[in-house]
Write a new protein. Structure first.
Length: 116
């Protein structure tokens, strides 16, 4: 892992992320917006599929899927930039690894339901 961290810390993307006073706060804002889009849209879809929000047609929930993908995309890009900006901090954090594990589980779950 140390080789990975050292390689990233010497990269241009690391210098760009860490060298800008405004980029990190902007990434945090975009990461939060992405999380809000992702979880907010999924909440409506999941509540409808669970039998709540019956006033919403199940077919209409498919219109929320682009927002789910936009939210995930924002989080993926900003999360990648966070990792590139401070790799030592993230790779040493057990919470980061749990989060990555749970994201993979969530993606596998989504793919499993999509394939059904």
């Amino acid at each position: 892992m140390e080789i990975f961290v050292n390689a990233i810390e010497g990269s241009a993307i690391n210098s760009w992320v860490m060298g800008s006073a405004w980029l990190w706060p902007l990434m945090e804002i975009l990461h939060f917006i992405g999380l809000s889009l992702l979880l907010g849209s999924l909440l409506v879809i999941d509540l409808r599929l669970a039998g709540y929000l019956r006033q919403i047609n199940i077919a209409a929930t498919h219109k929320l899927l682009p927002w789910v993908f936009i939210g995930f995309g924002l989080n993926f890009v900003t999360g990648f930039l966070f990792l590139m900006g401070d790799p030592a901090r993230y790779t040493a954090n057990i919470g980061f690894w749990w989060k990555m594990f749970l994201v993979v589980i969530a993606l596998l779950n989504a793919l499993w339901f999509k394939m059904k």
